[in-house]
Design a binder for this molecule. Structure first.
Ligand SMILES: O=C(O)CCC(=O)C(=O)O
Ligand SMILES: [Fe+2]
Length: 198
């Protein structure tokens, strides 16, 4: 990787120009057309709601995943994603066996506060997030206050072709979210690569 920014006091790195723009353009179009996008139903405080985005769980056949009260059998890897999975795995030093793909159609689509801390990811998961399409704001917020009673907060812009790596205690120490925006923004695809411990 090149041009990597380390977020201070975290185990988070961002490579803003990880994938060349022409490659990222082609991947965006291939995924938009080939992924069986669906609106996932999530359970929040015991209520079923439709997620404000389109999603698809993709992975090896044995990489079963539970997420917000739902269970997902993975869709097979689309051809366009196989070399990307291998390059992302090489960059992070982790053999990823699954990916959650999200399509944010416009600024009204979003993802609420959460940590990627499901048990099947192990105690200190490496999560690698590849962003394609419109630049959106990604926010990390500390789960516990520091000695001064303040909650750490980091705001990152995730541009087309950027790679965000979260390691170590990141999921234990922070929640993250992709907020809605009133700005006119085009569609964005995000891929969070994960290693499910089968
Ligand atoms: O869209 C993003 O950048 C965040 C996605 C995310 O947090 C997730 O899939 O768990
Ligand atoms: Fe996440």
């Amino acid at each position: 990787m090149f041009d990597i920014a380390d977020l201070p006091d975290t185990d988070v790195q961002l490579a803003p120009r990880w994938m060349p723009a022409v490659e990222a353009d082609a991947l965006f179009e291939a995924l938009r057309a080939d992924v069986p996008w669906a609106r996932h139903r999530l359970r929040i405080f015991g209520r079923e709601v439709e997620a404000p985005r389109l999603s698809c769980w993709i992975g090896d056949p044995d990489a079963m995943y539970r997420y917000s009260g739902a269970r997902f059998t993975p869709e097979p890897w689309p051809a366009a994603l196989v070399p990307v999975r291998d390059a992302v795995s090489a960059a992070a030093g982790v053999r990823f066996n699954s990916v959650l793909a999200n399509l944010y159609r416009d600024g009204q689509d979003a993802m609420g506060w959460h940590s990627d801390d499901e048990r099947e990811l192990g105690s200190e998961p490496v999560i690698v997030s590849l962003s394609l399409g419109a630049t959106r704001r990604f926010v990390l917020k500390g789960r516990v206050a520091d000695a001064d009673g303040r909650f750490a907060r980091h705001v990152l812009e995730l541009p087309h072709g950027s790679l965000l790596v979260m390691r170590g205690e990141t999921q234990a120490r922070f929640r993250h979210a992709l907020p809605r925006t009133a700005r006119p923004v085009g569609p964005r695809i995000n891929l969070t690569f994960r290693k499910i411990l089968c």
